[in-house]
Design a protein around this ligand. Structure first.
Ligand SMILES: Cc1cc2nc3c(=O)[nH]c(=O)nc-3n(C[C@H](O)[C@H](O)[C@H](O)COP(=O)(O)O)c2cc1C
Length: 300
């Protein structure tokens, strides 16, 4: 039976990875999860310089999920490369480095810094506000997305995955812009912008006022967007958004995702990724599926 999948020339031993920002670089989780079992580890967003992130409170619970406005807190690329990469290199899993920035130059410098680092794929988080353009996220404007994709591709040595924002009218337009600018793959979805009010304090539950909604509540939206994007572009897709069970992951694959990232569900159950990998294997055995690739995009 074959469970391996291919993302832009990189072979993952199975289609399951983790969603950026929900798993650190796997250090804490390695007490619970054998990282060798994962198709890939996707790291928390890293930027060219360290950022402290947003004021607290930065998370809140909501029906069927959570909200966060961490604000891209990160130790900066130098600490990350010297501390986190050597840790991950001890494991037999692929490494996907998630990159964030506040300007095109930030992204380009960070990707340039990673060019000679031994990692497999770069995932570019374009849901960050573009400070030079009034704060609209790069991933909310097809022209800005095209431009940043092109600039990142010009310096990247690893294949590039542009991570799409769902906070748009038509996500296929964004996926097409990323593909046209040379992106090797796309991942989706990032969190959906929401708001929660703490009625007892009579203020926002999250200090940033708005926060990204994740978890099972957003899963059907994510499946719909993966399906739409799969029918709009020819590059591989990593699907994510509320995946918490084997069935959820299979939905993503059947909608057109070549790999699936598990995010918020790790907070409820640190073993969930391995349980899903075992669950997919069981599903394949039960249904006589020889190769996982037969399932990718099988629902038309
Ligand atoms: C606490 C938290 C931190 C996150 N940090 C990042 C990040 O640094 N970069 C990024 O691209 N996405 C980040 N995300 C978004 C997730 O990677 C994922 O796209 C989203 O949460 C949907 O998947 P889920 O419902 O399985 O969590 C974060 C999500 C959460 C909940």
């Amino acid at each position: 039976m074959n469970m391996s999948v291919n993302i832009a020339g990189v072979e993952l031993k199975n289609p399951i990875t983790v969603a950026s920002g929900t798993f650190g670089s796997g250090m804490e989780y390695s007490e619970f999860v054998d990282l060798n079992r994962l198709g890939a580890v996707t790291t928390k967003g890293v930027a060219i310089i360290p950022w402290p992130g947003n004021p607290t409170p930065r998370i809140a619970e909501t029906y069927g999920g959570m909200m966060n406005a961490i604000g891209l807190q990160n130790p900066g690329i130098d600490v990350f490369v010297n501390r986190d990469i050597p840790f991950l290199k001890k494991y037999d899993t692929k490494i996907i480095v998630n990159v964030c920035g506040k300007s095109e130059d930030d992204y380009v410098e960070c990707v340039r810094r990673l060019a000679d680092v031994d990692v497999d794929l770069l995932e570019i988080n374009v849901s960050c506000p573009n400070v030079k353009e009034g704060g609209i996220a790069f991933g909310q404007d097809p022209k800005a997305l095209y431009s940043i994709t092109e600039k990142v591709k010009a310096v990247a040595k690893q294949p590039v995955i542009m991570k799409l924002s769902p906070n748009v009218t038509d996500i296929t337009e964004m996926a097409k812009a990323a593909e046209a600018a040379g992106s090797d793959a796309v991942s989706l979805i990032n969190t959906l912008t929401g708001m929660k009010i703490d009625v007892n304090r009579r203020t926002f539950a999250v200090a940033n006022k708005t926060a990204g909604v994740s978890g099972p509540a957003i899963h059907p939206i994510a499946v719909r967007m993966v399906y739409q994007v799969a029918n709009a572009v020819n590059i591989p897709i990593i699907g994510m958004g509320g995946v918490a069970t084997t069935e959820d992951a299979l939905e993503m694959i059947m909608a057109g995702a070549s790999a699936v990232a598990v995010g918020t569900a790790n907070f409820n159950n640190p073993y969930v990724t391995v349980e899903i990998i075992d669950g997919i294997k069981e599903y394949m055995e039960k249904n006589g599926i020889e190769d996982i690739n037969e399932l990718i995009g099988c629902v038309k």
